[in-house]
Design a protein. Structure first.
Length: 260
């Protein structure tokens, strides 16, 4: 009889393997040939499955840790999860492996992969000694996107990424110092942090058209402001793009003024 692989959900033979990561033998568990290589009887099979889905090293300790820290990264990951009454039992096999994994779970997996990358980079001496990735939440400074810092200041804000709701995360040491100076999380913090990171003096009149905080991008954690194109590669003065950028900046300034 064809049952569903309890990992990826494709047709598999019943009773061929113990359930994922469980010490007890579960005669109802089916595992396809591909997922047998996840070593279902060895603890951590679900974490190895998550790594495989990400195309990552299945025995990377940083990724394991990050997956366990990331809320929702393992939700509904296994097609027949013995720990989840909703997905265990009698689901019919599906054609595409892992087709059941939700967008939310895939997004959480991506965040765990990014965080693991940050940890690896910090450990490999990617930055000066004493630097580490944020202790929780998004894997980089919400403002500048740097993945490792000597200290992290927790913030909860809806002002950095419109449309993404309230975010709880951290600011790196540099952006936390700018926050001290400007007093509030918002566009001024972002513009000033950016200007100062470029060695430019910031004034009340400083405007950086189209500048977004890391939290509003889908950029991976890494170097600060890596997603911002250098100004000299911006639109030529007088071009339509430059006029649009200018209008955008004026609208943003008006909106900021109105919010005060
Ligand atoms: Zn499978
Ligand atoms: Zn920062």
């Amino acid at each position: 009889m064809r049952a569903a692989c309890s990992f990826c959900g494709v047709p598999a033979d019943l009773g061929t393997a113990p359930a994922a990561g469980r010490a007890r033998l579960d005669l109802d568990a089916a595992v396809c040939a591909a997922c047998m290589t996840l070593d279902p009887a060895r603890p951590g099979a679900a974490l190895r499955a998550a790594a495989r889905l990400l195309g990552a090293d299945e025995d990377d300790p940083h990724l394991r840790e990050a997956l366990l820290d990331e809320d929702g990264a393992l939700d509904g990951l296994l097609y027949g999860d013995p720990g989840d009454p909703l997905s265990s039992g009698y689901r019919a096999p599906q054609r595409a492996p892992w087709g059941h994994v939700s967008r939310q779970t895939r997004a959480a997996l991506g965040r765990a992969r990014d965080r693991a990358q940050g940890r690896r980079a910090a450990e490999a001496g990617g930055g000066p000694a004493g630097e580490s990735p944020p202790p929780s939440g998004p894997p980089a400074c919400l403002v500048c996107g740097v993945g490792a810092s000597t200290s992290w200041r927790p913030v909860t804000t809806a002002a950095l990424a419109r449309g993404r709701g309230t975010l709880t995360g951290h600011l790196c040491a540099g952006c936390a110092a700018v926050l001290e100076a400007v007093g509030a999380v918002g566009p001024t913090l972002v513009e000033r942090a950016y200007s100062e990171s470029r060695g430019q003096r910031w004034t009340e009149a400083t405007r950086v058209p189209g500048l977004t905080a890391w939290a509003a991008t889908d950029a991976p954690p890494g170097e600060p402001w890596a997603w911002v194109a250098p100004r000299r590669e911006g639109p030529a003065p007088g071009s339509v793009e430059a006029q649009v950028a200018d209008l955008r900046a004026q609208v943003a300034a008006l909106a900021e003024g109105a919010a005060r």
